[in-house]
Design a binder for this molecule. Sequence first.
Ligand SMILES: Cc1ncc(C[n+]2csc(CCOP(=O)(O)OP(=O)(O)O)c2C)c(N)n1
Length: 573
Amino acid sequence: MTTPAISPDSVAALVARFLKARGVDRVFGLCGGHIMPLWMCVDAEGIRIVDVRDERAAVYMAHAHAELTGGLGVALVTAGPGVTNAMTGIANAHVARASVLVLSGTPPRRQENRGALQDMVHTDFVRPLTRYARTVREPDLVLQELDEAVSRAIGEAGEPGPVYLDFPVDTLRADVPQVLQLLEQLRSRPRTRLFPDPEAVQRAVDLLWSAKRPLFISGRGARGAGAALGRLLDRLDALYLDTGESRGLIPEDHRSVVAAVRGAVMGETDLVVTVGRRLDFQLAYGSPAVYGEARFLRIADCAAELRDNRRGTVEIFASPAETLEAILQAAGARTPATDRDWARSARDKHLERAAKLVSSMNNAPAGNDGLMHPNRLLAALREALPADAVIVADGGDFLSFARVGLPASTYLDPGSLGCIGVGTPFGIAASLACPERTVAVVTGDGSFGFNAMEIDTAVRHQAPVLIVVANNGGWAIEVRDQLETHGRVVGTRLQFADHAAMARAFGLHAERVERAEDLSAAIERAMSNRPALLDVLVTPDAVSSDAKSGLAWVPDLQALAAWDEAERRWRNG
Ligand SMILES: Cc1ncc(C[n+]2csc(CCOP(=O)(O)OP(=O)(O)O)c2C)c(N)n1
């Protein structure tokens, strides 16, 4: 029997047309019968399908694509296990507040709840992790559902994040009368800007210009506000802390950047300014135990980044870029009260520490096993990678070393969900989204394993990514925690598996590197033969800052042991 061709008026064709009209030029997915009409229409519409080996990777890729392009990332996954596999990706996008649209299918309406193949009520379990989750049964409503879903994904009137729609496969095949195909629902509009209340802006100026030790911290919501933020930092001579969410917003050579003395300035500041940033575990939940008497100024366009954990003396609910501009305007030529000696001395200490780190990386000692220190690998990468490389870091100990040791103007990692395994899919999507930039994934061997199969996707789609596996034969950060907390190791060692041999089997250029002196040449060969993988043997003996800080063993009150102790003291008066 031949299946009738899909009509251009079908729901599937309309979804594809909608995506195209909204600027979607690729989707990440894994095929299946329940989404086949959509899959074929997406391709027919000229949208590239990046077909992956596991749905989880499709959502990770859509997530990275959204983060790097500022647009919408789209994943297309089939019913049942396609959606359950996608769940971790959806959860990660939810926590990261990434604008991802996940599309799926369900059995035909007349087979619902009769024991059909791959029949599950997906919306029941994706709903808590999405901004919008609906099954579209009625063909005529397809465009309005897509329109609202995308609006919510990009954060119009709320927190951005993943949205989910599925369609019974017979709905996908059904036609929508042309009179109901409203063009207004296909059109994309510029993102709405929220302008700040002038009275709140004036109060913010008073607060900022009277602070002695102002400290700015930016996050996801500050993306796009870098230019205004830079000017405001200059005007105030304020200090600035970067968090992974907005790395590169303020260049590392800006005199406000003091990342290497972050703990100290958090304790010394008298005004913390959060710009589109949650006060989460990485910022000690804004606790007075860590920030003392400091006051808060909070600027964000969604409640989660405006009101979590601490109230601001001034709170501005508006787009961060517009707010920072308005503050600069309103302040005019007013003279700030910033203690310039404080700012200068923090910056000097930061520079001193950063320089010390770079020189120590080159000479980092090998472990008792004779294997190189992970910092030797990072130092070689630092030398070889261009300044504008996109860095994707993944792992436990190795992520910790990479976060401090590898500078990056664009940086992605497992984020606050601690979602290890994102490295390879993020890197593939990044190298496809930014073909003019070098994309390097630096990952622990454990983390690499989760989505290792996606190296096949990299080859098939000619994604020019460089994957560097720091192979220490285990889940090292957990090994260390077990040794220190429990005195024995169980279930956390892996093999020193030959990932390069595996990568070669899939057609990558791949080498195993065992000696630090071979690194430079191997990196050079890999750079000119991407996609490429380097499997570099490193010692599990190296102790990372995350292992030392207590992050791995999860203290009761705070993420880091020092903050946990401070919190305990503060609570006990
Ligand atoms: C999906 C998931 N599983 C488990 C963990 C717990 N975890 C955090 S770091 C880590 C070890 C990572 O090992 P590897 O990537 O080899 O890096 P290494 O610590 O060895 O440098 C583990 C198991 C997690 N955060 N996420």
